[in-house]
Write a protein that binds this ligand. Structure first.
Ligand SMILES: Cc1cc2nc3c(=O)[nH]c(=O)nc-3n(C[C@H](O)[C@H](O)[C@H](O)COP(=O)(O)O)c2cc1C
Length: 185
């Protein structure tokens, strides 16, 4: 069974996009699609980027732990909020931190906002950064609109049937990429 790490990237006080990370963890486990874990950037509490891990003389245990988990995962789901049309600094912080760990890594992106557009303006800038770091961005979308109303704080969606149908389509794409990559090895 593949292992999918879910990056919950909002570190904002009172954050809501973490609900989507909880949803995907529940969903993947409930339907036995993957083993999974949430890499919570709020918990990691990384300092602002000063150098890539590869060039750090004394990397912190947290940075080593995060890098090991990205490296070991077969695929990654990034949950990102939209802040002023972009993705949060906390996420750029960890993209820049690593190099080889991202290479050829299937990465699917779920964007979140509290408005009607589901954070979709984030997609192009985030995909571009992931492409630059040579990750394998999965061509699937999972925009979440009006997060404070559509999911509760345990990650349970209001409209379970529709949300799970959308999740099925989204997850199918990352699982396909994971399998395709495994066949190359
Ligand atoms: C600094 C900041 C900028 C935001 N900019 C946008 C935006 O450009 N577009 C949008 O739809 N929502 C925007 N929002 C609303 C967020 O999408 C909403 O607060 C969402 O819950 C953010 O995820 P979080 O709660 O996990 O931090 C912004 C929120 C913050 C805090």
């Amino acid at each position: 069974m593949p292992h999918i790490a879910i990056i919950s990237s909002s570190i904002r006080k009172g954050r809501n996009s973490h609900r989507v990370a909880l949803f995907f963890k529940n969903y993947l486990e409930q339907y036995d699609l993957a083993t999974t874990e949430i890499l919570d950037l709020l918990e990691y509490n990384f300092p602002l980027f000063d150098e890539r891990l590869k060039f750090q003389e004394f990397p912190s245990p947290e940075v080593l732990d995060f890098a090991g988990k990205i490296n070991a995962a077969d695929g990654i789901i990034i949950i990102t909020p939209e802040y002023n049309g972009g993705y949060p600094a906390s996420l750029k912080n960890v993209i820049d931190l690593l190099i080889n760990e991202w290479h050829h890594k299937p990465v699917a992106i779920s964007t979140v906002s509290d408005g009607p557009f589901g954070g979709t303006q984030v997609i192009t800038s985030l995909q571009f950064s992931l492409w630059k770091i040579r990750a394998w961005t999965v061509p699937a979308m999972f925009p979440v609109t009006r997060i404070s109303e559509t999911f509760d704080d345990k990650g349970i969606p209001n409209d379970k049937a529709t949300t799970e149908k959308r999740a099925e389509n989204f997850i199918r794409e990352i699982l396909w990429c994971i399998e395709a990559k495994n066949r190359m090895l």
